[in-house]
Design a binder for this molecule. Structure first.
Ligand SMILES: [Ca+2]
Length: 295
């Protein structure tokens, strides 16, 4: 029983390692008086057997359900909300087969308002930080992340039952993109979580014409059959600047022109091995070094 639940996180035993078999875990969340609860799913990774996550709109297992991993194929991006002060969470596992488990974030919000939006790897601005009816919220993602699902702007509507008029977006590191900013970052798909097998991604980066590009790669941690390739130009026929797999310490590359093409291919056969596998590439448009007129 979590009394006075204002903001926190529930994780399955051992998270982010695998959970054990034969578990039955219960949590009862109780928001402060006059408040409701919003739950956001950070991770629900269950073995495809009888392992189950259930969330009930009340303080016991017989309350009406708001989430059941048996019935839901895709996680609701916007999470779930309670109508009263309580949510009942049950996580059960059978006798074999485990996985990473669950991580859910909860936050209380006052009756008569919308819940405070939450976007992992993103930010928002709001016309009213109390999130009353009429509040308009605009979202953006951190560098390297792309808005997916949902919409950029949502509004708190319905004085009788305050709720957001649209689904909140999610921010994800996606496979491929065309980037025309003068500086930024390219992340491996799903970063900071592991990329999937069988990926083939291409990013084109184009800075102002009279510049060239400095690439600074602080993280490169790939499987031995996965490959990150940098081409000195705007397509895959350009000269290769560098081709990498495995793990490398921080390094830098320079293009000779204003375009670079980055290709990432992961082995379709092997599966990945955990957190922080991937890469981080920062890029900056740089003036070509010029002769200085010294006196
Ligand atoms: Ca199981």
């Amino acid at each position: 029983m979590l009394k006075n639940a204002t903001l926190g996180r529930i994780v399955s035993p051992g998270f982010p390692g695998n959970y054990s078999n034969n578990l039955t875990c219960h949590w009862v969340l109780e928001a402060p008086e006059g408040h409701r609860l919003h739950v956001h799913f950070e991770k629900v990774a269950l073995a495809e057997d009888d392992d189950r996550l259930l969330i009930k709109n009340g303080n016991n297992i017989d309350s009406p359900g708001v989430y059941d991993s048996y019935e839901v194929e895709y996680l609701p991006n916007e999470g779930v909300v309670s109508t009263g002060r309580h949510l009942f969470v049950e996580f059960t596992t059978d006798e074999a087969g485990t996985c990473t488990g669950i991580a859910i974030r909860y936050e209380a919000f006052a009756q008569g308002t919308c819940y405070k939006p939450y976007v992992k790897y993103g930010n928002f601005s709001s016309s009213d930080m109390a999130f009353g009816v009429g509040t308009v919220v605009d979202f953006c993602c951190e560098p390297g992340y792309t808005l997916e699902q949902g919409t950029i702007t949502i509004e708190c509507v319905d004085p009788e039952n305050p709720q957001w008029n649209e689904t909140e977006p999610a921010c994800r590191a996606v496979c491929s993109g065309e980037i025309t900013d003068s500086a930024g970052v390219v992340l491996s798909p799903n970063w900071p979580e592991a990329y999937d097998k069988g990926q083939d991604c291409i990013w084109g980066i184009h800075v102002e014409e009279d510049k060239r590009i400095l690439l600074d790669i602080p993280v490169l941690h790939l499987g031995k059959n996965d490959m990150l390739t940098f081409y000195d130009g705007d397509d895959l026929t350009a000269n290769i600047l560098g081709q990498y797999s495995g793990t490398l310490p921080r390094f830098k590359l320079y293009t000779s022109m204003a375009d670079v093409t980055i290709q990432f291919q992961s082995d379709p056969a092997t599966n990945i091995y955990g957190y922080n596998n991937g890469f981080v590439v920062h890029f900056f448009g740089k003036q070509h070094s010029q002769k200085r007129d010294c006196r």
